[in-house]
Design a protein around this ligand. Structure first.
Ligand SMILES: [Fe+2]
Ligand SMILES: [Fe+2]
Length: 230
């Protein structure tokens, strides 16, 4: 896949580069000429990943400050909730007049998705992300570890891992299969093609998002925590 096509599909850069798609594309074809911000560089790593390498460059991503990773992840939360979900909802509205019970079932699955994503992101933004920010302050000597422990008495990265699970991606995969199974002919399936595409994109985006959290951010925080606990 060519990088520019990929970038066009990757509307996320609206959030990071302030809608400046031209500048972003220029960066992708001519990186040396563009002074990228750290956040844009982080995003560039992800674009490269999609374009060339099926494996997440975990070690490279770990070299970015946690503030960059946290800012990226938080922006993506807003993007999924405020852009991707409304797009899917819009498709469901358009499909609501198609015959059969499928549109109604999908509407209730959508409301499950919306609630679960909101809850999942909220928990991360209210507990894990601020905790990691403070953990980094402790590492830099700007804060005391014992006061952090006092503030987050019942919280640790390990506990977070044990209680926090990603269910949405699998649900999205199930929904796609369910739609295809429920519609027996190509004619019936045709009106659902954009919805299927949107669900597929969201699933891929969320899988990558979870990978950045689970394989880059969380292990990094776990190491810091262990070091500080000594
Ligand atoms: Fe997240
Ligand atoms: Fe997550």
């Amino acid at each position: 896949m060519k990088k520019n096509n990929l970038v066009e599909r990757f509307n996320e850069n609206d959030l990071i580069l302030g809608n400046n798609l031209d500048q972003w594309q220029e960066y992708c074809t001519n990186p040396a000429d563009w002074k990228a911000s750290e956040e844009a560089t982080f995003f560039a790593q992800l674009v490269n990943l999609f374009a060339e390498d099926p494996l997440l460059p975990i070690d490279q991503l770990k070299t970015f400050p946690s503030s960059v990773i946290l800012s990226y992840l938080t922006k993506m939360h807003r993007y999924y909730l405020n852009k991707r979900l409304p797009e899917i909802e819009q498709q469901l509205v358009q499909l609501s007049s198609t015959p059969g019970e499928l549109p109604e079932t999908l509407a209730s699955v959508f409301s499950w998705l919306q609630k679960n994503m909101e809850k999942h992101f909220r928990i991360e933004e209210q507990s894990l992300f601020p905790y990691i920010k403070e953990l980094e302050k402790v590492r830099n000597g700007k804060e005391n570890f014992s006061s952090l422990r006092m503030k987050y008495k019942d919280f640790s990265v390990q506990r977070f891992i044990e209680s926090h699970h990603d269910e949405v991606e699998n649900k999205l995969s199930e929904i796609k299969k369910y739609i295809v199974r429920s519609l027996s002919s190509m004619d019936q399936l045709f009106p659902y093609r954009i919805l299927l595409l949107r669900l597929d994109e969201l699933e891929k985006n969320l899988r990558l998002h979870a990978q950045i959290e689970d394989e880059v951010l969380v292990p990094m925080a776990l190491i810091w925590e262990k070091e500080l606990e000594g």
